[in-house]
Design a protein. Structure first.
Lengths: 243, 76
């Protein structure tokens, strides 16, 4: 009870709440699939959700292995978590609630987790030589290198944020225009229906744009984010170990 | 010129960045079509790479659009 009152009193952006909803859906799915997988007889064929989950795990592990080689097969788990979250977050705009991606802190935290993963991989493979990159080719370049270090984070974050926000704003403009058009065409109905004469055009036009801005764009951005994550992480590993 | 007019001029200049991005995207698709015409078997492989490359090139335009939106709603 106390938590509910606390949640109501905090001023959070709408995207953070929808992000929590997406995470809730993912947690419920993960627990359900985990229980199914735990009690499943490995000698029998998997069915339903379990089959989908197994196909997904295999796909993401092969994706990481195909781009980076065998020792990065464990990256598949991270890629699957991020990929499922991103796609769900993008298509969450279909429900009418604001997509989590339209609040800057959500794509920023996604970008930050990838950024930390990149540098952790670099430290793991380069040990103390990791810090040498900041003074190359001369110690004079230290400030420039320190600034350019943040470029991947900025590019990953703003790509997601810009894509979702531009789609959101364009959809709002389209909805606004269609409302006014409908109100102008069916102005004679205002006496009997009130402001309900604004709803006649949007259902016939908006779904095409939703198809592009939410589904297609979301899918493409998920793919791009995952590919960039894999490529950035793979860059940090020394090449002679690549198999 | 008033401050409002300067703001919209700034938005227009920002959106100029969309032009080279469009040219780049056209180059990506044109080369992909060249490749497919030369060797139609690679169509399914090239399509994925092409869409990925297109959206990477598109990023510049998205940055410009983001800055324009910020200028419209945030700048005073």
């Amino acid at each position: 009870m106390d938590i509910v009152a606390q949640l109501k009193s905090t001023e959070l952006a709408g995207g953070v709440f929808t992000s929590m909803l997406v995470m809730l859906i993912m947690i419920i799915l993960a627990i359900y699939i985990g229980i199914r997988a735990h009690f499943h007889n490995p000698l029998k064929k998997p069915k339903g959700m379990l089959l989908v989950a197994e196909i997904g795990v295999t796909f993401f592990e092969n994706f990481a292995e195909g781009l980076l080689g065998k020792r990065f097969r464990m990256l598949g788990g991270y890629l699957m978590a991020i990929g499922v979250y991103l796609f769900l977050a993008f298509i969450f705009g279909l429900t009418g609630l604001p997509s989590p991606m339209t609040t800057l802190s959500v794509p920023l935290s996604l970008g930050l987790s990838t950024f930390i993963l990149i540098h952790a991989t670099a430290i793991k493979y380069n040990k103390i030589r990791y810090f040498k990159r900041y003074v190359e080719p001369l110690p004079l370049f230290l400030p420039i290198n320190l600034i350019s270090m943040w470029a991947p984070l900025l590019s990953l974050t703003l790509r997601l944020f810009g894509n979702a926000l531009s789609g959101f704003v364009i959809m709002n403009i389209v909805y606004f225009g269609l409302q006014n058009l409908s109100a102008a065409v069916f102005a004679s109905l205002e006496a009997s229906m009130g402001s309900w004469n604004e709803v006649f055009f949007a259902p016939f036009v908006a779904w095409i744009l939703h198809l592009y801005f939410d589904l297609f764009s979301g899918f493409i951005q998920t793919t791009v984010f995952l590919s960039l994550t894999t490529i950035y992480v793979g860059q940090e590993a020394p090449e002679e170990y690549l198999d | 010129m008033t401050a409002e007019a300067m703001k919209f001029l700034a938005i227009a200049i920002t959106m100029l960045a969309v032009m080279p991005s469009a040219i780049g995207e056209g180059l990506v698709v044109s080369h992909a079509v060249d490749g497919i015409a030369r060797n139609p078997d690679v169509y399914s492989k090239l399509r994925t790479t092409m869409i990925l490359g297109c959206s990477l090139v598109e990023t510049t335009a998205i940055y410009a659009l983001l800055i324009a939106i910020l200028l419209i709603f945030v700048a005073k």
